[in-house]
Design a protein around this ligand. Structure first.
Ligand code: NAD
Length: 285
C-alpha cells in the first residue's frame, strides 16, 4: 500500500490493513429516515451530545458508548451514507442517534448545524485526517489541508457550540500521542499539538461557566485511518508499543465517556494519553 493522505472513511470495525472507498458529502444535509423523525423523538437523561467523525473508527465507537451512557447523540460526518447506516444500526438497538452529513471544513455548514440544534451537553471533536509524508516533501498545501480539519474545524465548531452550550457542559478534543513528536508527518504532529493548545485555551475561557474541556491523545488505535501507513511502517510502529499491540476504538470511547460524564467535575485543560504506554518513551517513532 502506498503512503499518502488517508482522506476517505472506511467501514467501522475494519482491521488495520483493510481498504475502503466511500463517497464524501459536503454541505449540511439532514439525513432523512422516514421511520425516524429526528432529535425531537426523545429526551435522553444526559442531554444532547455531538460527535464528529462518528461514522467510522473511534468516533463510531464513541457515538455508541455515549448513546448507551444515556446521551441523545448527533453523529456528524462527511460520509453521509455511512453516517446514516451507522446511526440506523444503533437506532435499531434502541439507541437515540441521529446522523448529519457535513464536511466540517465548510464553516457555514458547521455554524448552521449548531444553530439548528438545541444547546449541547457534550461535544466530541474527533474527526481528523492523518497523512504520512517525508519531512522534506511536505508542502504548504499539505499543512493547510491537515490544519483545516484537524484544527480550524475544531475551533469553528467549539466556538459556535460554546455560544449557547449549557453551563457545566463537556468538550473532548481528540488529539494524538504523536503531538509529542514523531517522524514522517510533521504537519499532522503540528496540527495535533495545536489541538492541545486550543484545548488548554478553551478550558481557560470556558471554566467560569463550568464547561470542562479536555483532550485525549490516542496512540496506535486499530481504525481505518491507519491505511495511510505502509505495512512496514505499521509493523515498525507496533514494535515500538510497550504493550505490543494497537488499541481498540472502544478504548478511546470509554475514555471519552469518563471525560463527558456528569460524575467527572474537576478535570479541565488536560491531556489523557490512551496509548498503551507509548508516551512513556517520549518522542517514539
Ligand atoms: N487511529 C489512530 O491510530 C489514531 C491515533 C491518534 C489520533 N487519532 C485521531 O483520532 C481521530 C479519529 O480517527 P480514526 O482513527 O477513528 O479515523 P477514521 O478514518 O476511522 O474516522 C475518521 C472519520 O472522520 C470523518 N472525517 C474526516 N474528515 C472529515 C471532514 N472534513 N468532515 C466530516 N467528517 C470528516 C471521516 O469520514 C471518518 O468517518 C482523528 O482525529 C485522528 O487524527 C487516530
Amino acid at each position: 500500500m502506498n503512503p499518502g493522505t488517508r482522506d476517505e472513511a472506511g467501514q467501522a470495525g475494519e482491521s488495520l490493513v483493510s481498504t475502503s472507498n466511500v463517497d464524501h458529502v459536503s454541505g449540511a444535509q439532514p439525513l432523512a429516515d422516514p421511520h425516524h423523525t429526528g432529535i425531537a423523538d426523545g429526551i435522553s437523561p444526559l442531554g444532547l451530545a455531538l460527535v464528529t467523525g462518528g461514522a467510522s473508527g473511534m468516533g463510531r465507537s464513541t457515538v455508541e458508548q455515549l448513546a448507551r451512557d444515556g446521551f441523545q447523540v448527533i453523529l456528524v460526518d462527511r460520509n453521509g451514507p455511512l453516517a446514516e447506516q451507522e446511526a440506523a444500526s444503533l437506532r435499531a438497538q434502541g439507541l437515540n442517534v441521529d446522523a448529519r452529513a457535513i464536511d466540517l471544513t465548510d464553516e457555514a455548514a458547521v455554524r448552521a448545524l449548531v444553530r439548528e440544534l438545541p444547546p449541547l451537553r457534550a461535544l466530541v471533536n474527533n474527526a481528523g485526517l492523518f497523512d504520512e509524508r517525508k519531512f522534506l516533501d511536505v508542502t504548504n498545501e499539505d499543512f493547510r489541508r491537515i490544519y483545516e480539519i484537524n484544527l480550524v474545524a475544531v475551533a469553528t465548531l467549539t466556538q459556535e457550540a460554546a455560544r449557547k452550550m449549557e453551563d457545566g457542559a463537556r468538550i473532548v478534543n481528540i488529539a494524538s500521542r504523536a503531538y509529542l513528536g514523531a517522524k514522517n508527518h510533521p504537519h499532522y504532529v503540528a496540527s495535533k499539538a495545536a489541538v492541545v493548545g486550543y484545548t488548554r485555551a478553551s478550558a481557560m475561557e470556558l471554566a467560569p461557566r463550568g464547561i470542562l474541556v479536555n483532550a485525549i491523545a490516542p496512540g496506535l488505535i486499530d481504525t481505518p485511518i491507519l491505511q495511510a501507513l505502509t505495512p512496514e511502517r505499521l509493523a515498525a510502529q507496533l514494535a515500538l508499543q510497550p504493550t505490543g499491540k494497537a488499541g481498540r476504538p472502544e478504548d478511546i470511547a470509554r475514555a471519552v465517556s469518563f471525560l463527558v460524564s456528569p460524575n467527572m467535575g474537576f478535570i479541565t485543560g488536560q491531556v489523557l494519553f490512551v496509548d498503551g504506554g507509548k508516551s512513556l518513551g517520549g518522542s517514539g517513532s
